[in-house]
Design a protein around this ligand. Structure first.
Ligand code: SER
Length: 337
């Protein structure tokens, strides 16, 4: 008999590591993890790990047929800054990889007569403002406003939300016997900040980079202006959002794509919080006009009232708790060792 598993792609990334740790700690799931990279040694016993490429269609087919995949967290992606240097590759990974996995999950749902749940992290990159005036005037944006992404990554995320919806509602709509369809659910994340891992290739990276550099005693030149404002979230809340959405009763969901956010702050406010914890930190501002352009196109805050109403989303870490209880003590501890 095939073994029932939760599949996590991109499992060695920032969200992946935190999710694997959390799911493994509950002991309720058998985890099948996939990443180009090996699992860090401290995670070695937590999952069946496959080192492989999300673009390897044969390998994906083999995994989906070998295991009874009940729930998928599809985290593998190439982030927004890196995607601008390699747009074609970003499209292949972010869209091609997602499309293949959606197709396999759809077929699997049909075969087993039960929907595979497909959880997909989307992003504030799905938004796009033409200028700073409209960004400031918009304030908090809800899910279906300003969906004009300016990055390849943002285009990919927005389109994959649509693809997920398609497989969820319309796949094989002309077939005489409609198959069992998969169960697609997505959260649009703001910038995520972890105490234990560093992001790479993203545009919200200046937040975590500033914090980790200060704890290491290294100078940091922030690549955006002081007044740049974006929404952020501490990693434990991102994991809570993924897990809570994955278990929310179907009848409570009025949408398949939800904004989630914890707090919003400017780069100067970020610096002030870092300085309050690390008074000797050397933080300067040296904006990179191209990355600044991406940040300027993303909303300064997002409206997550639909997630709060439909599935009880409520972040545990507001701005004070995120910095004082999670980020600062854990990051301090990490670099002291
Ligand atoms: N953190 C991501 C990035 O900056 C946005 O989802 O690319």
């Amino acid at each position: 008999m095939r073994k029932k598993v939760v599949l996590i792609t991109g499992a060695v990334g920032e969200i992946g590591q935190a999710l694997v740790k959390k799911l493994a700690s509950t002991g309720d799931h058998r985890l099948l993890t996939l990443d180009l990279r090996p699992m860090p040694s401290e995670f070695a016993d937590l999952s069946i790990h496959v080192e492989g490429d999300i673009l390897d269609a044969n390998m994906l087919t083999r995994l989906i047929t070998e295991y009874d995949v009940d729930l998928i967290f599809h985290l593998a992606a190439l982030l927004s800054t890196r995607g601008e240097f390699a747009p074609e590759l970003a499209h292949q990974i972010n869209v091609g990889g997602t499309m293949k996995l959606l197709q396999l999950a759809a077929e699997q749902s049909q075969r087993r007569g039960h929907p595979v749940r497909f959880i997909f992290p989307s992003s504030i990159a799905a938004y796009g403002f033409p200028d700073l005036e409209s960004k400031a005037a918009a304030g908090k944006v809800s899910e279906w406003e300003w969906n004009h992404p300016t990055t390849m990554y943002g285009c990919n995320k927005l389109y994959c939300e649509m693809l997920g919806n398609y497989y969820h509602r319309n796949y094989q709509q002309l077939a005489s016997n409609r198959p069992v369809l998969l169960d697609f659910r997505s959260v649009r994340f703001p910038g995520l900040i972890s105490a234990f891992t560093m992001p790479s290739g993203g545009t919200t990276d200046y937040g975590p980079e500033m914090l980790h550099a200060a704890a290491k005693g290294e100078p940091y030149a922030c690549f955006v202006r002081e007044d740049s404002q974006l929404p952020f979230m501490a990693m434990p809340d991102a994991i809570t959002a993924l897990l809570d959405l994955s278990t929310a009763p179907t009848e409570s969901l009025s949408s398949r794509v939800y904004n989630v956010v914890s707090f919003s702050l400017t780069a100067a406010e970020f610096r002030d919080r870092v300085l309050a914890a690390f008074p000797d930190a050397q933080i300067t501002f040296d904006p990179d006009l191209r990355r600044q352009g991406i940040v300027d196109s993303w909303p300064e805050d997002i409206d997550d009232s639909a997630a709060r109403r439909d599935w009880g989303w409520s972040p545990a870490y507001d701005i004070d708790r995120a910095f004082n209880d999670f980020l600062i003590p854990n990051i301090r501890d990490r670099y002291r060792k």
